[in-house]
Design a protein around this ligand. Sequence first.
Ligand code: DX5
Ligand code: ZN
Length: 225
Amino acid sequence: MDQVMLVAPSLLAADLGNLQKSMDAVASADILHFDVMDGHFTKNLTFGAGMIEAVKSVSSLPVDAHLMVSNPDDTVDWYLDAGADFVTVHYEAATHLHRVIWRIKDAGRKAGVVLNPATPVSVLRDIVCDLDMVLLMSVNPGFGGQKFIENTFSKLNDLTALCAERGASPLIEIDGGVSSKNAEALGRAGANVLVAGSAVFGADDPAAEIAAIRANALAGLASRA
Ligand code: DX5
Ligand code: ZN
């Protein structure tokens, strides 16, 4: 997919005590990113399908459910039933990855695989053609506000090369430590979905940060050779 650039605020950084206010603040975004953590795949425990239902009642934006959960096969239907538009599962957590990806697709939703920072892109060789999205973690999963891992740029190059070799064209999502400061470099490197939690919800003007991430990333995309 080219010329697409989607900004996805992460609700992990939102004021969930004022859900309507938080959703209004990011109404100019493209997708809402839900960091679902089960307290097992990640030590941290966040929210589940009920939060997706609650947000869908106050926002019309598409929902991107990032499942940081063990054995996603067992619970993926919860997020499909809650109305998630994109569902991404961790390569490191799914014993039967092909099956869970096709469970999501057969439900008519967009399916993605997430790679932790140390997991090489090469593991996607035999599934990348089935994917609507690949999420590269640019921090270790579990918390917002962490430092961006610079090796993500090298993995982005590996991923775009693998996609070209395999004739695949998934969306490429980067998640963790993203802001308007590194958005141009990420767009130039081939990312087209940028997750931002603390950069957006921590900004004095979240809408301005969303606009800056989008504009900078598009400028980077335009300069791609
Ligand atoms: C971390 C989550 C990320 C994180 C991003 O486990 O997957 O989405 O919330 O937060 P920031 O943008 O604050 O790094
Ligand atoms: Zn995430």
